[in-house]
Design a protein. Structure first.
Length: 377
């Protein structure tokens, strides 16, 4: 957060304009600028009221006091007053209460009084009807000389060195205690007139408004996806209510972007939870697909197994039918029709055994003949 202290010279022709602006003396002929919210103008207040009804009358009195002490005539085009505009970064006003802000302006006014003398103070007005609260202080730029005389010397208050010292001293004596920083020393940044500054702010505000509309569009998109996200989750999500902050008049785009980002932290958190639920749902779906694939493989394998078993069973049935056909043929040829297979097998076994015994006796008889033939010779 930074202090903001600007000073500009006012010539005789500009005193009436300064009074009209600072005291909000606008009319139909001279309407208020668009950056002023006239409904809030009632909240403005004076910290020091001009001793005369018109600023010009009081300033004229002080300038005449200088003229009375010198022979040389004061030039008509010499600035008769200096106007200070004092404020701070918008974050300062967003993060502090009214009392703290009031004390900041009171200390700032005391600083100006010490710089110029209270006797040269014309007016001090607080404006709360613009984007950022600020203080306008008008003084007559009179210096006290060593010989006790006074001199109208606006130029000496506005030299580069004097303006640098102004910023440094204001920070040390006032702004630092409120956590405000001084601008960079010897920065290449150039001083802007109030009109140039306002144009820049209006341009930045248009850009910020564009960003704000884009953010609102993103919110609408998120709301459209809300039902889809909630359906995927086990618990229903509720879209957080987000109040998009308004950009401050003197607020940088970086600072505004940080405030917007902070405002959307609940939405980011909700999206992270939703993404986790979506991921979890996707993993479950993938697992279900894998299990379904395994089931289909098992079904296919079972079908193949059943088919092979059926083929084998049919093959065995064919063999069995052929075997029984052979058995019936054998039984018929042997005259064994009507007898059970077990009886036929038993008889066949006995017959086979009998034939083996007969073959054995025949072989023994042949052996004996062979031996007897050998002995006779």
């Amino acid at each position: 957060m930074y202090q903001i202290v600007r000073v500009q010279k006012i010539k005789s022709t500009g005193i009436g304009l300064a009074q009209r602006h600072n005291l909000r003396q606008y009319t139909e002929k001279h309407p208020a600028p668009k950056n002023i919210n006239t409904e809030l103008s009632k909240d403005n207040y004076s910290m020091f009221e001009c001793p005369t009804r018109k600023f010009a009358d009081f300033i004229k009195t002080r300038v005449q006091a200088v003229q009375d002490q010198q022979k040389r005539q004061i030039r008509k085009d010499c600035p008769r007053a200096l106007e200070y505009m004092i404020t701070a970064s918008p974050e300062f006003f967003l993060g502090s209460d009214d009392d703290n802000q009031k004390k900041y302006f009171e200390n700032a006014l005391e600083f100006i009084k010490k710089r110029h003398g209270e006797e040269n103070l014309v007016s001090a007005e607080i404006h709360l009807d613009e984007e950022t609260p600020h203080l306008h202080v008008i003084v007559v730029p009179i210096r006290q000389l060593e010989d006790g005389k006074i001199k109208l010397d606006p130029k000496s208050f506005c030299t580069p060195k004097e303006l640098r010292d102004l910023q440094t001293n204001f920070n040390k004596q006032v702004a630092k205690r409120y956590g405000l920083e001084r601008g960079e020393f010897e920065s290449e940044a150039k001083h802007q007139t109030t009109e140039q500054h306002n144009k820049k702010l209006r341009r930045e505000n248009r850009e910020l408004e564009k960003q704000k509309n884009e953010i609102k569009s993103d919110i609408e998109t998120l709301e459209q996806r809300h039902e889809e996200v909630a359906a995927l989750a086990e618990t229903e999500f509720v879209m957080p209510n987000v109040d998009v902050p308004e950009p401050g008049l003197l607020e940088s785009k970086k600072t505004y972007a940080e405030r917007v980002k902070k405002a959307y932290e609940p939405v980011d958190l909700m999206l992270k939870v939703a993404e986790g639920k979506v991921k979890e749902s996707d993993e479950k779906d993938q697992k279900i697909r894998e299990l379904q694939s395994e089931i289909n493989d098992l079904k296919s394998e079972k079908i193949d197994t059943d088919t092979e078993q059926k083929k084998e069973l049919n093959r065995l049935k064919d063999q069995n039918d052929k075997l029984w056909g052979f058995v019936r043929t054998v039984k018929k040829s042997l005259g064994l029709e009507g007898r059970s297979l077990s009886d036929v097998i038993t008889d066949f076994g006995e017959w086979l055994m009998m034939n083996r015994n007969i073959k054995k006796l025949h072989e023994e008889k042949e052996i004996k003949k062979t031996r007897g033939f050998s002995l006779d010779h």
